[in-house]
Ligand binder design. Sequence first.
Ligand code: NAP
Length: 276
Amino acid sequence: MKRIVLLAHPAGHSLSPTMHNAALLHLDIPARYEALDVPPEGLPGAVEELRGPEFLGANVSVPHKVVVAQLVDELSGSADTVGAVNTVVNCGGHLTGHNTDGSGFLRGLADIGFDPEGSRVLLLGAGGAAKGVAAALLRAGVSRLAVYNRTTARAVELAETFSHLGPVEPVVAGGLEGSLGWAQLLVNATTVGMEHGVDTEASPLPGGLVPRQGVVVDLIYRPERTRLLRESELAGLVVQNGLPMLVYQGAEAFEIWLGRAAPTETMFAAIRTALL
Ligand code: NAP
């Protein structure tokens, strides 16, 4: 029996074992996926263990994504650009780090028929998820990407880091309302609105602002509809929560470990059941 593990801390709340074990079972693959709660001091040892022949690879989640990028032997282009790894593949003891968050996000956009090429995007947040989404959108050829963050300095830094990939700019004081006016896609990559967070009932748009046009994607999937998505739906906009990104980043990882198409319908169904 081959093994795939999730390295995270904490790891107990993750839905990844549910969707990956459903996929492995569906395709009759003799492997199992398990979540390991690995504190930071245990991370180097846990990554070394992945070189063993029983391991196909691993997923990596908070807070280890950046450190793992320094512990593997090689990085794919996506992981190198973002400086973070969410997927590791073991090939005969050689570990390669990938980042499937951005490509998973783009697959979710395709589901609602949104083609980012040539489009104008407003991204809220400048943390790990925002970086993956920003790099993917710039690589997909957006014509303008504005990044708004509570801590403006982090938006400025993100824009500087990714400026070689395409037209990205920080939103500075007073610029948010104007950005909402031209953006065709609004993406929330902050934690504002997340279940069990301090801001569950809040919107990431300050000052009572609401989106007025286009498509709104919130990377949050618990709750199913954040305040931002509820307000956007009321305004008649097309909305999507974080579930497609979650499933598709997992599907891309599955395809890297196993070299075959992931059964995404099975993965969606397993997660929807788990979220009931
Ligand atoms: P992170 O690195 O901790 O970044 C958090 C971001 O939220 C920062 O930009 C932070 O701004 C902002 N923020 C936090 N509290 C805020 C507040 N009260 N008001 C305004 N902004 C606030 O987190 P992450 O890993 O990027 O995750 C961000 C979100 O994406 C989470 O909800 C996570 O669940 C979701 N996510 C979803 C998927 C998926 O597959 N669907 C994948 C990855 C992440 P500051 O810089 O000012 O602190």
